[in-house]
Write a protein that binds this ligand. Structure first.
Ligand code: SAH
Ligand code: SF4
Length: 344
């Protein structure tokens, strides 16, 4: 921009950056779940996952997409089953790094329609920057119309940056994504759930429950010791009392840990009390961790037992299981590969 005065260019350069995310790898075929591994300016790695709404149900891929966004590098909450927390917490993402996950994904999409489509499987793109074009993609190439804040990190532990980013992604002059199309997932940070309830924007809230009694939940989620179920449900009650905001319970099924039918009664009671829907998610195996998903008959039995209690429940037949779509896994693997490469 040599038509601008040099001093202004220097000031712009000092205070603003255009694109800070660089694509390291992408996994997955273009009509299914795709996972992006981004490198940030300080070399940290984060992930975003793009999920088509109706993956090629009638032979044609849907143009509606959900993007799963990360909010931190690593995670401090140390849930026993999760890859994101395995190597601890490194830092919060900045507002721009949250927003840019959407922009960089859309830019990648726009450019991949003019370049040869990426092949199925893991595609290494070490030198391609996400900055395909410096301009915001034109409306026709807009891709993401749903957001789930379920990538790496605990979103409510990065509350201020998350809220600023979501306001930008929601604004008509920004991402234009409706607040009700944005779901924030939390492991259950009670004070922040109450604070979120008081925000004017009505986001959807997903609670990572994974256990319907304190005994089971505390075994796999250390956060339950700080905020046990009674406090969590009270905060959820408050959230819901504000204009009937919708709550979903996420419940990973882990073999022999929380998939017993003894969880059905307490889980149904909580779901009934909060009028919450239950999403059952078969556990995604994480390298080095001992946990396994239950077999399909056990998953179905759990689902049917919940349904017969009158609870609205779904069993996710995992999209992206084969590409390590659960949070933190691609980063973990890549960091380990990089460490091994360095050693050699
Ligand atoms: N920290 C937030 C959001 C990120 S995790 C939270 O915990 O809700 C997003 C979801 O992925 C959570 O429900 C989490 O429990 C789940 N998850 C983590 N590891 C998983 C795995 N290996 N298989 C399936 N789901 C997993
Ligand atoms: Fe952190 Fe969520 Fe993983 Fe728990 S499940 S370690 S809170 S990212």
């Amino acid at each position: 921009m040599t038509n601008l005065p040099k001093s202004l260019r220097e000031r712009l350069n000092q205070h603003y950056a255009f694109n800070t995310l660089t694509l390291v790898t992408k996994q997955g075929a273009s009509d299914t779940t795709q996972k992006f591994l981004w490198r940030l300016e300080d070399g940290s790695l984060i992930e975003s996952v793009l999920i088509p709404a109706n993956p090629a149900l009638y032979g044609e891929a849907s143009d509606r997409h959900t993007l799963c966004v990360s909010t931190q590098v690593g995670c401090a909450y140390g849930c026993k089953f999760c890859a994101s927390g395995l190597e601890g917490w490194k830092r919060n993402l900045g507002v721009h790094e949250i927003v840019e996950q959407v922009i960089a994904t859309e830019r990648w999409h726009a450019s991949s329609r003019t370049v040869a489509p990426n092949s199925v499987g893991r595609t290494a793109v070490p030198t391609v920057s996400a900055s395909v074009s410096p301009a915001t993609p034109p409306a026709a190439t807009r891709l993401v119309n749903n957001l789930v804040i379920m990538g790496m990190g605990e979103p409510l532990a990065n509350y201020d940056n998350l809220l600023k980013a979501l306001k930008i992604l929601n604004a008509p002059w920004g991402g234009g994504i409706g607040a009700r199309k944005i779901t924030i997932s939390t492991s259950g940070l009670v004070p922040q759930i109450r604070k979120l309830a008081d925000e004017p924007l009505q986001f959807r809230l997903a609670i990572s429950l994974h256990g319907a009694t304190d005994e089971v939940r505390a075994k796999i989620m250390p956060v339950n010791r700080k905020y046990p179920l009674r406090e969590l449900t009270n905060a959820c009650d408050y959230y819901q009392s504000k204009n009937g905001r919708l709550i979903t319970f996420e419940y990973i099924l882990i073999a022999g840990v929380n998939d017993g039918l003894d969880q059905i009664k307490p889980l149904s009671k909580l779901a009934r009390q909060l009028n919450a829907k239950v999403n059952l998610i078969p556990y995604n195996k994480v390298e080095d961790l001992p946990w396994e998903r239950p077999d399909e008959p056990t998953q179905e039995k759990f689902l049917h037992a919940l349904e017969s209690e009158g609870i609205t429940a779904t069993l996710r037949r995992e999209k992206g299981h084969d590409i390590d779509a659960a949070c933190g896994q691609l980063r973990l693997r890549t960091e380990r590969e990089l460490a091994t490469a360095k050693e050699q």
